[in-house]
Design a protein around this ligand. Structure first.
Ligand SMILES: Cc1ncc(C[n+]2csc(CCOP(=O)(O)OP(=O)(O)O)c2C)c(N)n1
Ligand SMILES: [Mg+2]
Length: 235
């Protein structure tokens, strides 16, 4: 089997693992045993493929509350995550003291996250600025929802990142709703990626349920970012 196929198979394994875990957590929630849950169902392919497109040993991951599968992709175990939902000791992100899957893990390169929508976006841009100033190779990826893409933090962060040509990927997981508010009531445009033009950086829309296309498109984007950051470091 080719290396590419081995990676795709592993991505698929992790997607199935996440879906089964997510379904189980929902059952526990309905039984009153898991207090609060933000489902990642339907987000599995893009979340896991995004991790495989990057380098877990040197890149920085700024996740949000829906990124259960990113954590699995980064190597947090199902057991560790379930301990969080059950509020038991041994969970590595916050020792189960926070909302499940919140907290930080240095060994997994996950930075602490807030439940307040959009706050991780300027923080991620700060991390990318630090990488650039220290001439480190790592890049930063920040995840957020379509609703978060409308908050002020997001606009300020994108503007700053584009001006300074920072090594950062903004990954919007567009599930077309911010709680019960549909996309058409959140913005007057069709493509969130189209906004990138306005900041002066490239933006692409990818089908988030297509892991292999996602993987190759994110890798292409990474090459562009590395090139552009290198050029701006030289100038
Ligand atoms: C600043 C702020 N405003 C409102 C909320 C309440 N809230 C929690 S999730 C959410 C919807 C976010 O939607 P989106 O960014 O599309 O992410 P999704 O949950 O769809 O993945 C809102 C408004 C919040 N947590 N923070
Ligand atoms: Mg949404």
């Amino acid at each position: 089997m080719s290396n590419d196929n081995i990676v795709l198979l592993e991505i698929y394994r992790q997607m199935v693992r996440c879906r089964l875990m997510d379904e189980r957590v929902w059952l526990l929630n309905r039984q009153g045993k898991a207090a609060i849950v933000a489902s990642a169902q339907g987000h599995e392919a893009c979340q896991i493929a995004s991790v495989w497109a990057l380098d877990r040993t040197k890149d920085h991951f700024f996740i949000y509350y829906r990124d259960l599968c990113v954590l699995i992709g980064l190597g947090v175990s199902v057991r560790e995550i379930m301990l969080g939902y059950a509020a038991k000791d041994g969970e590595p992100l916050s020792s189960a003291r926070q909302f499940p899957i919140h907290g930080a893990s240095r060994s997994h390169n996950v930075v602490n996250l807030s439940n307040v929508v959009g706050t991780q976006i300027p923080q991620a841009v700060g991390s990318a600025l630090a990488s650039k100033m220290r001439r480190e190779k790592g890049i930063t990826i920040v995840y957020f929802g379509d609703g978060a893409s409308s908050v002020g933090d997001c606009h300020e962060a994108m503007n700053f990142a584009a001006i300074h040509k920072l090594p950062v990927i903004f990954m919007c997981e567009n599930n077309k709703y911010a709680i019960s508010v549909p996309l058409s009531k959140q913005m007057a445009i069709d493509s969130i990626a189209g906004r990138a033009d306005g900041y002066g950086m490239p933006g692409i829309s990818i089908d988030g349920s297509e892991a292999s296309r996602f993987l190759s498109d994110v890798k292409k984007k990474l090459e562009m970012i590395t090139l552009s950051t290198k050029k701006s470091q030289e100038s």
